[in-house]
Design a protein around this ligand. Structure first.
Ligand SMILES: *[C@@H]1O[C@H](CO)[C@@H](O)[C@H](O)[C@H]1NC(C)=O
Ligand SMILES: *[C@@H]1O[C@H](CO)[C@@H](O)[C@H](O)[C@H]1NC(C)=O
Ligand SMILES: *[C@@H]1O[C@H](CO)[C@@H](O)[C@H](O)[C@H]1NC(C)=O
Length: 330
């Protein structure tokens, strides 16, 4: 499936022109770059493919946005499953994916390939599913769950956990943080001594001391709270080359930039979709901040007001850029 619509090119051209105009004012430029999916999440730039990969969680799809051709395609699809996150591996054809509560290997762009299930967590919580996850500098996989979300009803709180998978013990992941509700937003400081984490309903970005050699964490501290200003719920997170955090605010229709050392809010950039889910730097120069969004929780009236909800957005002209992802070694 390919969405190569003229309007995407037109909005790009418009933003390019707007980008030149706003350059002198150093204003970020936000552009919708894809057709909407249902619930976009887990954006990751794959420099080998030249694509921004992301997922459509409840449709079990991995999407690929080609930076050069500005087209969106389906890199893998397992309808009937929840699929998130995706984590790059050392093999450019294979990603690790969370499928329901299972960590699996998925071959991209091979329609007949079935996922290879490596391990399933929380068998005592069958309605949990995996949520955000990333590889650390040693290729270990940090991936957390989310409690049961009934179609009509509150999320089950404190039923999730953050796991760490290592190559030599793939069927015995360590529980790194327990009693979590919605495991989200993880990233590491540039010097590799801090681990940043989000449990979404807590409305906090927290940090731990991180020991790269052992893969241990300790000494939890709150870096920033979205609660006082009612900004929205912190969801996906990444770090820029200056060491500042970028966080998507679920329900808050925006992304924010926070200095994790001072706790200062540096920027808030509105996105024309209320449910902004995650962020990742991409493009050949890692200077475009891609933002995934969801339309899943919008009423039909709200969907009319937010026609771009569910699509991938690109923010340019930010004056900073990202750092390369670590690849999983599993
Ligand atoms: C994921 O969950 C769905 C719905 O419960 C189920 O139909 C599907 O078989 C599960 N997939 C895997 C790989 O366990
Ligand atoms: C794997 O994990 C199990 C359970 O925690 C432990 O007993 C075992 O020693 C581990 N094996 C390796 C190779 O680390
Ligand atoms: C889990 O977290 C909640 C909310 O922070 C707290 O009330 C509860 O005591 C915790 N439970 C355990 C077992 O740590």
């Amino acid at each position: 499936m390919r969405f190569c619509l003229n309007w995407i090119r037109l909005t790009f051209t418009f933003c390019w022109v707007q980008g030149i105009m706003s350059y002198s004012f150093k204003q970020p430029c936000v552009t919708q770059v894809s057709e909407p999916v249902n619930m976009g999440e887990s954006p990751v730039w794959d420099p080998r493919l030249g694509k921004l990969l992301f997922v459509d969680i409840h449709d079990g799809r991995i999407m690929g946005y080609d930076f050069d051709t500005q087209t969106l395609d389906v890199a893998a699809a397992f309808p009937g499953n929840d699929l998130t996150p995706i984590i790059l591996t050392k093999n450019q054809h294979i990603v690790l994916a969370g499928i329901n509560r299972s960590l699996a290997k998925v071959v991209l762009y091979q329609t007949t390939a079935e996922p290879e299930i490596l391990h399933t967590v929380q068998n005592n919580k069958p309605k949990n599913r995996f949520n955000d996850g990333k590889a650390d500098s040693k290729g270990r996989v940090w991936i957390g769950t989310i409690g049961h979300e009934p179609a009509n009803g509150p999320l089950e709180l404190n039923a999730a956990a953050l796991f760490k998978f290592t190559k030599d013990n793939i069927t015995n992941p360590n529980i790194m943080i327990d009693n979590v509700s919605v495991s989200n937003g993880l990233t590491w400081s540039l010097d590799g001594t801090e681990f940043f984490y989000i449990d979404t309903p807590c409305e906090e970005i927290v940090k731990y001391d991180y020991y790269a050699e052992t893969g241990n964490i300790a000494n939890r501290k709150v870096v920033f709270s979205t609660n006082e200003q009612h900004m929205g719920y912190p969801d996906g997170m990444t770090i820029d080359e200056d060491g500042n955090l970028w966080i998507a605010l679920y329900g808050g229709g925006s992304v924010i930039q926070v200095n994790p050392s001072s706790g200062e809010l540096l920027k808030r950039i509105p996105i024309p979709a209320q449910y902004t889910t995650s962020v990742a730097f991409g493009g050949p120069d890692l200077d475009v901040l891609f933002v995934t969004t969801s339309k899943r929780s919008l009423t039909s009236a709200e969907r009319i007001g937010q026609p771009g909800a569910g699509s991938l957005y690109a923010i340019t002209n930010l004056g900073t850029r990202g750092v390369p992802n670590f690849e999983a070694d599993i």
